[in-house]
Design a protein around this ligand. Structure first.
Ligand code: ADP
Length: 670
């Protein structure tokens, strides 16, 4: 048996960021190994930095100037005394030069030997090796002769449709589907151009295009002593533009026999390249259960948590132990599967708008409670920025249950409880997939999203009267005016700074919201504990309670929702859907108040316009002036009918929060 010296890992530098850096740090803490984070300008206050024991600045925000700079990363490891580097996924994780530089500097690279990375780095070379290890390949061509004529001839031999693939491609780039010989040349030219631009090499493979395949991958693990096991499979068929969106383990409907065949094949293939550590063999699977090798990923996968959930193993711990030189913690026969796990990738993006990344500040973040059934691998907290520099994935939501249908149900609930405001997310799109009948029935294929595109993108949410009523109830409860006689003034309202008016009657309150240029009035009438709320043609009698951001409205049933307000924009999260309502102007109180005194500026700003003169009489709610603050215009309105006794400011003037803007005398009410 091979003898391997064990080198204890004492301090690990994580050459990555975001959720995966946080994930790795979690295991390091568990193992009592010190952690060093790296950060660029954009990541100064990121979660992975605050979680790590130490953090080193490595440069400007673009990854090419920070997270991809091998020399800076090695220098940081040396400076902090880290004796190992975990590369996570992406960035330098599959860069053999980086792994080699680590070796040369006496730093343990937590990953496979450079020879294995090199062997799998090119899809063409990898296929040669797999062929020798008797791993089934998609019928195709991956030889040296790259002349146009030969490539066309081979494509014809394989039979159209075929897929052109750049040997060095990845992330869905450098691939073209070619339907016929006539379209071949044009596609070859454009695929080569893309390959040169993205990977600096245009060596092409041709593969038979498998119709409606599933993507099933096997997780393998090897130690330095030559042992290898597989930790079962993951189904990653739910993809968009060849990028995984939902992953699950085990693969629905896979027979035990096929599972074992695929697993044994993958372990045999891994051993053939003297693999060490975590690796994934990706296969395409035909409707008849035939499977074909596609590629091997020589790193930890984004979707590793579903494997952890069904096996009860910590794959990062396995990686560290393998890198130290320990034998695998168990044999194949000791590994068992338990239940079903599903992972969704939550992205800051706008599905309705071509899935464009949505950057900005996460103003509000409410996540489901984590427990044995729900796991969240995230790199952000409320208040963090989603920057333009990195992948906009903000979290992975993983659920587990005894059965697949149980897991789907858990996911449904968890997605409903995942509320984000400030940036858009794909959570509603993910919910639509999770509740799709074909998904529920395990009818999976890599074309699932294309096939169901229309229903998955049906994200329209009609705003109706009840939403305005909820928004009004929120504003009312939030203002503190809900405690009948002892009035605390509304923090959100410009009237909070109105001096001279005491609003001690809450018998009736009115609120207004704009929607598609219409103003919607909501009136709330209070009667002991009940509120009669009316908006347009809708009237409800309810009780309403606010606990932080959680609003409960009780009619015959209790409706629970979460609410976030940013300036005049109110977002209502109802069963996983976000409804946005705009408060038109300040709430105003009616009743027999003494509305005399001075109207003051609700915040620092600039007077844009003043509509009234001294001595003018005004109606309730009449616009008096416009104040611009925080890039938004706020209309200051008459809180009651009355007379303007003095105007203190003119357009263009700057005004301080709380300064008197005009003096006002309310009309005596009968
Ligand atoms: P990348 O390295 O860019 O991720 P892969 O070779 O792993 O590219 O393929 C990505 C996805 O493209 C697969 O998951 C599958 O959906 C699709 N695909 C790849 N090869 C084929 C094929 N021969 N037939 C049909 N679909 C394929």
């Amino acid at each position: 048996m091979t003898q391997v010296n064990v080198t204890p890992i004492k301090k690990v530098l994580i050459a990555n960021r975001g959720e995966i850096a946080c994930r790795i740090i979690r295991t390091l803490k568990k193992l009592d190994i010190d952690s060093v984070a790296l950060y660029s300008d954009a990541d100064k206050t990121s979660q992975h930095v605050s979680l790590a024991d130490e953090a080193v600045y490595i440069g400007p925000s673009p990854a090419a100037e920070s997270y991809l700079c091998a020399d800076k990363i090695i220098a940081a490891a040396k400076r902090t005394g880290a004796n190992a580097i975990h590369p996570g996924y992406g960035f330098l994780s599959e860069n053999s030069n980086f792994a080699r530089t680590c070796d040369e500097n006496g730093i343990i690279f937590i990953g496979p030997p450079t020879s294995a990375i090199d062997a799998m780095g090119s899809k063409a070379a990898a296929k040669d090796i797999m062929e020798k290890a008797e791993v089934p390949l998609v019928p195709g061509y991956h030889e040296e002769d790259q002349s146009d004529a030969r490539l066309l001839e081979e494509a014809k031999k394989i039979g159209f449709p075929v897929l052109l693939k750049a040997a060095l491609g990845g992330g869905g780039k450098g691939m073209r589907l070619v339907e016929s010989a006539e379209e071949f040349q044009e596609n070859l030219d454009s695929c080569k151009r893309e390959a040169i631009a993205s990977f600096g090499d245009d060596f092409m493979l041709i593969e038979k295009y498998i119709n409606e395949p599933r993507h099933v991958e096997i997780q393998v693990f090897c130690d330095q002593l030559g042992n290898g096991v597989y930790l079962f499979e993951r189904d990653c068929s739910i993809q968009r533009r060849h990028q995984k969106v939902i992953e699950e383990a085990p693969a629905p409907g896979l027979s035990e026999e096929l599972r074992k065949t695929m697993g044994d094949t993958a372990v045999r293939a891994a051993k053939s390249i003297n693999y060490v550590g975590a690796g994934t063999f990706e296969f395409l699977m035909d409707a008849d259960g035939s499977f074909y090798f596609m590629e091997m990923n020589t790193r930890l996968q984004v979707e590793h948590p579903v494997t952890e959930k069904i096996t009860g193993q910590d794959l990062v711990e396995w990686q560290i132990r393998a890198a130290e030189g320990h034998p695998l913690p168990c044999e194949q026969s000791e590994l068992t599967r338990n239940g079903h796990a599903i992972e969704v990738r939550i992205y800051a993006e706008t599905p309705e708008n071509e899935f464009l990344p949505s950057t900005g500040k996460i103003q509000y973040l409410r996540t489901p409670e984590e427990n044995d059934h729900v796991r969240i691998d995230s790199g952000v907290v409320q208040g963090d920025e989603v920057s333009v520099y990195y992948d906009p994935m903000i979290a992975k939501l993983i659920v587990w249950d005894k059965t697949r249908s149980g897991a789907i149900h858990r996911m449904d609930k968890a997605l409903q409880e995942y509320c984000v405001d400030g940036v858009n997310t794909n959570t509603e799109f993910l919910s639509n997939i999770n509740s799709n009948a074909d998904f529920i029935n395990g009818k999976l294929s890599t074309h699932f999203i294309e096939h169901h595109n229309e229903s998955l993108l049906a994200l329209d949410k009609p705003i109706n009267d009840i939403h305005f009523i909820y928004a009004a109830l929120y504003q009312h409860l939030q203002s503190g005016l809900s405690n009948a006689s002892n009035v605390a003034l509304d923090q959100q309202s410009p009237w909070s700074n109105v001096q001279g008016w005491t609003m001690n009657s809450t018998a009736n309150r009115s609120f207004r919201f704009t929607f598609e240029d219409e103003i919607n009035h909501v009136s709330l009438a209070f009667n002991a504990n009940t509120i009669t709320a009316s908006c347009n043609d809708t009237t409800i009698n309810c009780e309403a309670y606010l606990d932080g951001d959680k609003l409960t409205v009780i009619t015959e049933q209790a409706q629970q929702l979460y609410v976030n307000q940013v300036e005049s924009l109110i977002t209502l999260f109802i069963q996983g859907k976000a409804y946005k309502v705009t408060a038109y102007s300040a709430e105003y109180a009616s009743g027999d108040d003494d509305n005399n005194g001075q109207l003051t500026a609700p915040m620092n700003g600039r007077i844009v316009d003043v509509f009234v003169k001294t001595g003018e009489s005004v109606e309730l709610d009449q616009p008096l002036a416009i104040l611009e603050a925080m890039k938004m215009e706020h209309t200051i309105r008459a809180p009651a009918a009355g007379i303007i006794s003095e105007v203190f400011y003119s357009p263009g003037d700057l005004i301080d929060d709380g300064a008197p803007l005009l003096a006002f005398e309310a009309e005596d009410e009968e």
